[in-house]
Ligand binder design. Structure first.
Ligand code: G6P
Length: 624
């Protein structure tokens, strides 16, 4: 996925667009570009492989060189402009494939976030009609389609005609020399919003691009487009009817604090987790009435709930898998977690008395959002558990619960995961309380348990920090493959830990429920493949895990163990061991979270990986 930013107003806006884009680089960062209508009403543009830093460099080089004509025709700034950062889907990352894309005469520029699914067919037709294509992208077809349509139609009719031909998901920004005062923004499925200030209008994939300029936001409805001219904007639906989406006050303002002295955002975010747990608990217990209103589920509905379903992707799916144990053990509700990308395409059953909670840090992940829409369409009650208050999921679900992680910048999720776990733990207690299973005292105890878990999370990093940096990470950084094992609640945690190692260190990990070891993976055990085993505090599960650890050692395996202090037998088997104090068994994953993230971070550091922005990944995946 990509990000788009546009501007219409009285100021020269190149700098503002580039600033906005750099705040959205979490969405993709393999190439970038800018186009404007300049003072001579000409389309001027620049694009490059690489992020905003490379784009700035290219602009500086161009402006120092001779390419700027004395007539000002090529001047690369204007009061109407669009910009883009890309995360390649169609066509590798090159200067040519970077956005904006143009029509045959280079008088129309288009930037796009999403995927035009039928672009091959459209491209063939356009080529047959004589259009000349230069890139491998799906986006370029939009510029050529628009070129044809504005020859004969009004601007509004031309946009309508283009969108009837497009299949897929898109947030498009378009400018053209024919309409030098108009910025066109089109939305289907991919997010897009307007920032409305006194004398200017911003448009972007995410409010973060303009939060320092205005707090007045219009979230464009799905399948709508807007024609912006100066500070005037007219929004239309896909039937060509004028619509009036409300202007809302954006209350979610995260201004970047920078890395606060840490080498990477990821490390800073690892260390913010204790604070995030405290904030989550305080927010949920201090604003119970407001939160209940936001959740929008009556006590009667809660009492009547028979099933809870969690849906998410990546780390958020792992949080749901852990949340399953909370809901089942604490609230005694049958609970199941689904991967959004699978759920969407499975046969859909409408379950009675079922609440579905969509878990998503960003609230924008395409698969999760579409799963939510599927449920809404069949009138199933939904709640979005999200970190971004202004996100599509928060707006579209029946109710929402906001996690209190603050802005998470590193692509690999750390503190957002922790805040999801803390929120789910409290939510399970609320459900149990509504069903009359526990008292207020138990809820207060749950808050205390979370505070203690946060304390342990941070203390364990401090306890092992020097050893990991000096000895443990350098030793393990040389291994090419790992096996991660967990059982019961520690299995989804093992999945999350494995994901971290894959994402930021690019090390292959196979992760299994430990009970499955003998059904295949035992064949992989040798001294060259360290096995990382995450223990549990449940006595029965612990004994089983101990058995699995013995199976590994009996085959000359190398064992790294995350264990609890009284688990002497398991500790004795380990080649490397990290020991944690005893907590409520359901919070075992939470206390291990910080240390495993820190361990993985140090390995990635030694391997010189771009930790905050791993290759091929993006933080918010708004395409399928
Ligand atoms: C991407 C990110 C992951 C994240 C997943 C789901 O893959 O790289 O860190 O867990 O999306 O994102 P969400 O915003 O829905 O939690």
């Amino acid at each position: 996925m990509c990000s788009v930013v546009g501007y219409s107003g009285p100021r020269l806006c190149r700098q503002m667009i580039l600033e906005g884009l750099s705040r959205l680089e979490y969405r993709g960062y393999d190439s970038s570009g800018f186009a404007c209508i300049n003072a001579t009403s000409k389309l001027a543009s620049v694009k490059t492989q690489g992020g905003i830093q490379q784009l700035n460099l290219k602009i500086a080089t161009q402006e120092m060189g001779v390419s700027i004509s004395s007539s000002g025709e090529n001047n690369l700034d204007g009061t109407l402009a669009i910009g883009h950062t890309r995360w390649s889907t169609h066509g590798v990352s090159t200067d040519t494939n970077a956005h904006p894309h143009f029509d045959c005469h280079k008088s129309i520029a288009v930037v796009h976030n999403g995927i035009i699914e039928n672009f091959v067919l459209l491209k063939e037709k356009l080529q047959l009609a004589g259009h000349h294509f230069v890139s491998q992208t799906d986006t370029e077809v939009v510029a050529h389609l628009f070129e044809d349509e504005i020859k004969t139609k009004s601007l509004e009719k031309a946009v309508l005609s283009v969108v009837t031909k497009l299949q897929g998901a898109y947030a498009l920004l378009i400018i053209s020399e024919k309409y030098p005062d108009y910025l066109i923004a089109v939305r289907k499925s991919s997010p897009l919003c307007l920032g409305v200030a006194d004398k200017e209008i911003f448009v972007a994939s995410d409010v973060t691009a303009f939060t320092d300029k205005t707090d007045q936001v219009v979230f464009l409805p799905d399948e709508s487009f807007v024609l912006i001219s100066g500070t005037d904007y007219h929004v239309y639906n896909y039937f060509g009817e004028r619509i009036y989406p409300p202007v809302q006050k954006n209350t979610c303002i995260w201004l970047s604090e920078g890395k606060s002295g840490y080498e990477h955002y990821m490390l800073k975010e690892i260390y913010e987790q204790k604070r995030v747990i405290i904030d989550t608990v305080n927010f949920l217990r201090g604003n119970t009435a407001a939160v209940m209103q936001q959740l929008n589920i009556s006590p009667e509905t809660v009492q009547d709930i028979q099933n809870i379903h969690f849906i998410g992707c990546g780390t958020s799916w792992h949080a749901g898998l852990i949340g399953e144990y909370f809901m089942q053990e604490i609230a005694q509700v049958a609970t199941q977690s689904f991967l959004a990308s699978e759920f969407r395409y499975k046969k859909f059953f409408s379950y009675p008395r079922t609440l579905t909670i969509i878990i998503s840090q960003s609230g924008e992940t395409a698969d999760s959002l579409e799963a939510l829409r599927l449920l809404s369409a069949s009138k199933q009650p939904t709640v979005a558990l999200a970190n971004v208050a202004s996100s599509s999921m928060v707006r579209e679900a029946d109710g929402f619960l906001l996690t209190q992680a603050g802005q998470e910048i590193a692509v690999a999720s750390t503190k957002a995961f922790t805040s999801q776990i803390a929120a789910l733990y409290i939510f399970a207690h609320w459900v149990a309380h509504s069903k009359g299973l526990i008292t207020n005292k138990a809820i207060a105890r749950a808050h205390e348990e979370l505070f203690v878990a946060g304390e342990i999370l941070e203390n364990s990093i401090e306890r092992y920090k020097f050893d990991i940096v000096a000895r443990i990470a350098p030793y393990y950084a040389k291994y090419k493959n790992f096996i991660f094992l967990g059982r019961h609640i520690s299995f989804p945690f093992a999945l999350e830990a494995a994901l971290k190692l894959k994402e930021i260190a690019y090390i292959f990990v196979d992760c299994y429920p430990a009970g499955e070891l003998k059904h295949g993976p035992l064949a992989l055990i040798d001294a060259q493949t360290p096995v990382v085993l995450f223990s549990c505090l449940d006595e029965v599960i612990y004994k089983k895990l101990y058995g699995n650890a013995q199976e590994v050692k009996a085959r000359s395996g190398h064992l790294i163990v995350f264990a609890f202090e009284h688990q002497k037998d398991l500790i004795a088997l380990a080649d490397t061991v990290f020991i944690f104090p005893k907590v409520n068994p359901l919070l075992a994953p939470l206390v291990m979270t910080g240390l495993v993230q820190f361990f993985v971070y140090q390995i990635a550091l030694l391997l010189e990986r771009p930790i905050d922005r791993p290759r091929n990944l993006a933080k918010s995946v708004t395409v399928e």
